[in-house]
Design a protein around this ligand. Structure first.
Ligand code: ADP
Length: 241
């Protein structure tokens, strides 16, 4: 059984069909990439999974439970975390404080009340995983673009989700930052299920196993990077742009 199963998803905005009859399955432990031209329905798919957008019809199950129709915060509590294209870090707080605050989501005590005491183990672990340990006291507002993205992924990780949904995490990154992010995603996928919206074909060739291609709200193709790249329909709508 897949961890995430989307069946017959239809999303309509004011009469416009943004997603049509979409099936989308992700197995536990997978690192799945979703590509497609602008307007293909990628973000809308994630918005439906996270309860932000209500589809016209369809079913979305997570670990066997129907989640369609549940409120956003309840879906987060089931173990689905997402990042947005826009940043959500608190710029005036340090890297460690941002992570601690995100972790406080699972704790009874507001994290900031524990300031100046050592960070809890889960925060320390995520600092190491994300490579941010050396920047723990740095204010988030002065981080580089790449470091900020890693912090956002870290802020998801401390919440211990089972499924992470990442919207274009390497957009605007340098080559080195992209490489580091790819390695981070591979590492994270050893213990989590990860779905990544990404356009960068070089990045996909380097890190993707299975790629799902959406076009005009429908599934166009799914397969290995090589299969997807060789498909003339994909070349026409996406790669040949
Ligand atoms: P992608 O992420 O693949 O670029 P989106 O999922 O953002 O595509 O959008 C799919 C289509 O749905 C686009 O044509 C977009 O303009 C439209 N759309 C997305 N959100 C809304 C909304 N809230 N209201 C109306 N149209 C929307």
């Amino acid at each position: 059984m897949s961890l995430l199963e989307v069946r017959g998803l239809n999303v309509v905005f004011d009469g416009f069909k943004a997603v049509t009859d979409l099936d989308f399955d992700v197995a536990e432990g997978e690192l799945r990439f979703v590509i497609g031209p602008n307007g293909a329905g990628k973000t809308t798919l994630i918005d439906c999974i996270t309860g932000r957008t209500r589809p016209a019809s369809g079913s979305i199950t997570f670990d066997g439970h129907e989640i369609l129709g549940r409120k956003e915060h309840r879906i987060v509590r089931l173990g689905i975390g997402r990042t947005f294209q826009t940043s959500v870090v608190f710029e005036e707080l340090t890297v460690g404080e941002n992570l601690d605050l995100a972790a406080s989501f699972r704790r009874p005590l507001p994290a900031l009340l524990r300031r100046r005491r050592a960070y809890p183990d889960d925060v320390v672990r995520v600092l190491e995983t994300t490579g941010l340990a050396g920047l723990v006291e740095r204010k988030a507002g002065v981080l580089s673009h790449g470091q900020r993205q890693w912090l956002e992924i870290g802020m998801l990780l401390v919440q211990q989700p089972r499924l992470l949904l990442l919207d274009e995490p390497v957009a605007g990154m340098s080559r080195d930052e992209r490489e580091r992010t790819g390695q981070l995603l591979v590492e994270v996928a050893k213990t989590h299920t990860v779905v990544v919206i990404e356009h960068d074909m070089e990045f996909l060739r380097r890190f993707a196993t299975v790629v799902t291609v959406l076009h005009e709200g429908r599934l166009l193709r799914q397969g290995s990077v090589a299969d997807v790249q060789a498909d003339p329909r994909v070349q026409e709508v996406y790669l040949g742009r």
